[in-house]
Design a protein around this ligand. Structure first.
Ligand code: 13P
Length: 288
């Protein structure tokens, strides 16, 4: 059964580790993430952007697929199905479709409007036992058409939004979706520290997990990050493994063109990436 992300993230915050959110794109992705979480006895969050939602034939299709896998693959670790960077309407649709967690990204609105819309969703999510992620200060780069300038969040605004009763808070601290540019200044730990002090027990979310050096990840967790989002890195490792298979001509040997064979190296590559991240984030063995 899908669960809200609330308990797993409060536990992670108290235990000084982070739960990974891995964005999914199709059946292979979903199966690879779920099986790895089960093998490592780790809680996990499946992230779905609005674009990926459309690609996978709608939120109801995704809920059906994920619930089916939890049962058929005998997944017993805590799993949350979470809308990533949702609009207000998108969040409402996901709640209706059976998601156990949603993000409302109101960071592009003036703070008053972000607070107003987030407050409305807090009420709805609380009444249904669904976890809610809010965002203050946009994440840089582009993800599925959601573009952010990448500013550092104002810690006072973070406190205002955290006090609304959201489950977790994403705050821009110089992080960027996709690959980091050569001249990237790194995460602003000063901002993160200030946000952490003002928001207390609130689990903080680090977006743009791809390509952040290990020492920065560890420091961010130390300063209160309890959820880390990874998307691009699984796409890169999947693409690389698939390219190698085709470049080696394996699709032309025997029945190597069978999609179950063609997609197998990419599937294994996602599993390896998810394992590496769960070990780094410290969530291995934390499912109970
Ligand atoms: P990356 O694609 O940089 O890993 O970011 C993922 C993310 O933050 C999803 O919201």
């Amino acid at each position: 059964m899908l669960v809200s992300a609330k308990d797993m993230l409060n536990k992670a915050k108290a235990g000084h580790y982070a739960v990974g959110q891995f964005n999914i794109n199709n059946l292979e992705w979903t199966k690879a993430v779920l099986l790895t979480a089960q093998e490592l006895n780790s809680p996990v969050i499946l992230g779905v952007s609005e674009g990926a939602g459309k690609y996978m034939a709608g939120y109801k299709t995704i809920v059906g697929m994920v619930n089916g896998m939890l049962e058929e693959l005998k997944i017993t670790v805590p799993v949350a199905l979470h809308l990533d960077h949702g609009s207000f309407d998108g969040a409402m649709k996901c709640i209706e479709a059976g998601f156990s967690s949603v993000m409302f990204d109101g960071s592009h609105y003036p703070i008053e409007e972000n607070i107003e819309k987030t407050t409305e969703l807090v009420k709805i999510c609380n009444s249904k036992g669904i976890s809610l992620e809010a965002e203050v200060g946009s994440i840089g780069g582009e993800e599925d058409g959601v573009v952010g300038a990448g500013e550092c969040a104002d810690p006072e605004e973070c406190k205002q939004v955290a006090d609304l009763g959201v489950t977790m808070l994403a705050a821009g601290i110089g992080n960027i979706h996709g690959k980091y540019p050569e001249n990237w200044a790194g995460l602003s730990f000063e901002t993160l520290d200030a946000i952490s002090r003002l928001t207390g027990d609130m689990p903080l979310v680090l977006h743009g997990g791809t390509g952040i050096p290990e020492d920065m990840i560890k420091k961010a967790i130390h300063l209160g990050v309890a959820k880390i989002n990874v998307n691009t890195e699984c796409q890169l490792t999947f693409a690389e493994a698939t390219r190698k298979y085709i470049e080696a001509g394996k699709d032309l040997e025997g029945k190597g063109f069978d999609p179950r064979k063609l997609l197998a190296p990419g599937f294994e590559a996602i599993k390896a990436t998810v394992k590496e991240k769960m070990e780094l984030f410290g969530s291995v063995g934390q499912a109970n």
